[in-house]
Write a protein that binds this ligand. Structure first.
Ligand code: B4P
Length: 190
């Protein structure tokens, strides 16, 4: 099974590239961002609690995303040729939880691929998306900068976690969507 974590700052291209990888390699796409937005759209209690944090550019508690992922891995395992974890893990406890969960299913993360792009490009991409999508967390530069700050503080340490397991690979995330995808496919197939 090909289990890949697609990693990077907000706006680095995780969701965009994960969707393309899923199509090409027939994988199951697990995006915690999409799952949370679904809860918000369905107006669940979990969604209401998550919306407050997302709209401030904060992370949602580890236990919430961990429970969502556990459910989807159990459900998707039978007919998947692998999983793409998009936007998860975002903290060290999430990374530890994912290792524990996958080992319960006799699985493991094969590669953790980080998309690198400078902060100003991230901000620009998210503001453009915010205009089209109406996503509140993409419309205000202050919130976007806070998301990037939270990324440096809580999410970037996850790189060390996978580097220690020799699974971390960094890919240049600047360029057209197709150019970045080409670089990603190269490292996925190596
Ligand atoms: P996510 O949905 O994961 O949001 P994201 O980081 O903004 O998106 P992504 O990185 O996938 O977008 P992409 O660059 O592809 O999370 C949203 C929020 O949910 C988080 O802030 C957090 O609050 C919460 N959350 C999610 N997961 C969590 C977790 N595990 N733990 C705790 N909280 C969690 O796309 C951005 C834009 O760039 C698009 O418009 C795209 O078209 C464009 N783009 C992409 N690649 C491009 C390229 N090469 N050139 C030009 N534009 C490009």
């Amino acid at each position: 099974m090909l289990n890949v974590v697609v990693f990077g700052g907000p706006g680095s291209g995780k969701g965009t590239q994960a969707a393309k990888l899923v199509e090409k390699y027939r994988l199951v796409h697990l995006s915690t961002g999409d799952m949370l937005r679904e809860e918000i759209a369905r107006k669940t209690a979990l969604g209401a609690a998550a919306a407050v944090l997302i709209d401030q550019g904060q992370l949602v508690p580890d236990e919430i995303v961990a429970a969502m992922i556990a459910e989807k891995v159990a459900a998707g395992k039978a007919n998947a040729s692998g999983f793409i974890f998009d936007g998860f893990p975002r903290t060290i406890p999430q990374a530890e939880m994912l290792d524990g969960l996958l080992s319960e299913h006799d699985l493991s993360v094969g590669k953790m691929i980080s998309l690198d792009a400078p902060e100003d490009i991230l901000v620009e991409r998210l503001l453009v998306r915010g205009k089209a999508s109406g996503r509140a967390d993409d419309q205000d530069e202050k919130i976007i900068r806070n998301r990037i700050h939270v990324y440096h503080q809580k999410t970037e340490p996850v790189i060390e976690y996978y580097a220690a397991q020799k699974k971390f690979i960094s890919v240049q995330g600047v360029g057209s969507v197709e150019e970045v995808f080409g670089r990603l496919c190269e490292v996925v197939e190596k």
